[in-house]
Design a protein around this ligand. Structure first.
Ligand code: PLP
Length: 438
């Protein structure tokens, strides 16, 4: 038995406690191996995965074609794994992205993570426009390095570490359920005018970019109302600024289209990618229109391991797999899930709202008897959301809990998930909510 297979959950978590920084504590079940939609921990327990490492393993854990592609490329071991000499997979991937990304986004830069992709994109926008101000959404999440953390609106992530970089302002998101700008639950495209208001107050004529997640992930699965994103892009262009779509979480089929912006009438100026791009191998990218990308001169932005051949080979295989009916499956299963979650919302008062697209869904868990933000009921109930997630874990199902108020149950399974697995998740949610109500 190898050392890895002989370990227990306790031994693995003890090592985390002793030798890793505290950020790693309490994350989730330790995982020894995974396959398709199933995770196995070090004690031999199996779990149905409804979170995919936060939308990473979109084509299923340990996807055979992706693993084979990575292994084949590793056998070549081209100058280790770096980007310094031109290699074949990165060129092929860049060419593929030129046709797979929306509109005329044809030039890519590769890095290792989502946070780096966002950093690179804002740097490029600043270089291209000659301006410095960046606008982002108050509930948005863009990563945890200094630049991306500055864009991340939720102060909980900053925990006293602000300011990170200067010249970043935030604007209210189109969060229909608790939108302060509109009546009741109907957020409209008019909420985009908040963007104009913030520009008028904070950024003068120096706006480089507006950065948005087309569907907010960490903020609590928030889909903007019709026309909102289009209007935000119009406003960006009226101010000679760029629209950066952060598709780190939404890209690669998650929302039932290859890109979340495909649901809207928008071609962003730059699109950022990571997470699902290589189905679990570290890779990030941003892709821009040629005239924008060419603002970077040689040496302006580099990454030793970014675009390494092994991750790029895995990314090419991931794109192939996605063409093979997996995005259609996400759309079809998502439509079924949407109806089932709506039924839970009408059955249980503690389910305040359900929303999402494709296989990216959130259930907002609330305490209907208590006032919430701005004195308006219902209050977010983070404790109950956590408890429901723990109940599902007991049933062998891993789900996420997040959102601006930490009260949103998140369902983001591998896009390969089938109906019977989803039925199991919905049944477990119903039982957990019934038990919590008693
Ligand atoms: N952008 C978005 C929209 C994300 O959801 C995340 C991570 O959750 C990031 C950026 C940061 O990506 P990474 O964790 O790969 O740095």
């Amino acid at each position: 038995m190898s050392e890895q297979t002989s370990r227990s959950n306790d031994a693995v978590t003890a090592q985390y406690d002793a030798y890793l920084t505290p950020i790693w504590k309490n994350l989730n079940v330790p995982i020894k191996r995974a396959s398709g939609e199933t995770l196995e921990d070090f004690d031999g327990n199996e779990y149905l995965d409804a979170f995919s490492g936060i939308s990473v393993t979109n084509v299923g854990h340990n996807n055979e074609a992706v693993v084979e592609a990575a292994k084949d490329q590793l056998d070549e071991f081209v100058h280790g794994c770096s980007y310094v000499h031109p290699n074949a997979p990165v060129g092929e991937l860049a060419e593929r992205l030129a046709s797979e990304t929306p509109g005329d986004l044809t030039k890519s830069f590769f890095c290792n993570s989502g946070t780096e992709a966002v950093e690179g994109a804002i740097k490029l926008a600043r270089k291209y426009t000659g301006s410095t101000e960046v606008l982002a959404l108050e509930m948005g999440f863009h990563g945890r390095t200094l630049g991306s953390l500055a864009l991340t609106g939720n102060k909980a992530y900053k925990n006293g570490m602000a300011p990170t970089i200067n010249d970043v302002s935030h604007v209210e998101p189109p969060y229909g359920y608790r939108c302060p700008s509109c009546e009741g639950e109907t957020c409209t495209a008019a909420c985009a005018e908040n963007v104009e208001r913030v520009i008028g107050t904070h950024t003068a004529d120096d706006l480089a970019a507006i950065v948005v997640e087309p569907v907010m992930g960490e903020g609590g699965i928030i889909v903007p109302p019709e026309g909102w994103l289009e209007r935000v892009q119009e406003i960006a262009h009226e101010h000679d600024a760029l629209l950066i779509a952060d598709e780190v979480q939404t890209g690669y089929g998650r929302t039932g289209e290859l890109w979340a912006v495909d649901h809207f009438d928008v071609v962003p100026d730059i699109i950022t990618q990571a997470k699902g791009i290589a189905n679990g191998l570290p890779l990030g990218a941003f892709t821009a229109r040629e005239e924008i990308a060419d603002a970077f001169e040689s040496g302006d932005h580099l990454s030793t391991f970014g675009g390494n051949p092994v991750a790029c080979a895995a990314a090419l295989a991931t794109l192939e797999e996605l063409q093979d009916g997996i995005i259609d499956n996400a759309r079809e299963q998502g439509a079924w899930l949407e109806d089932e979650l709506a039924a839970l919302e009408s059955e249980f008062d503690v389910v305040g709202d359900t929303r999402g697209l494709g296989l990216m869904y959130g259930l907002e868990i609330v305490d209907p008897s208590t006032d919430g933000p701005r004195g308006v009921a219902p209050a977010p109930d983070a404790k109950l959301a956590k408890s429901v997630a723990a109940d599902l874990r007991e049933e062998g199902i891993v789900i996420g809990v997040g959102g601006y108020y930490s009260n949103v149950i998140r369902l983001q399974p591998p896009l390969t998930i089938d109906r019977s697995q989803l039925e199991r998740i919905v049944a477990a949610l119903r039982s957990a909510l019934e038990a919590e109500e008693e």
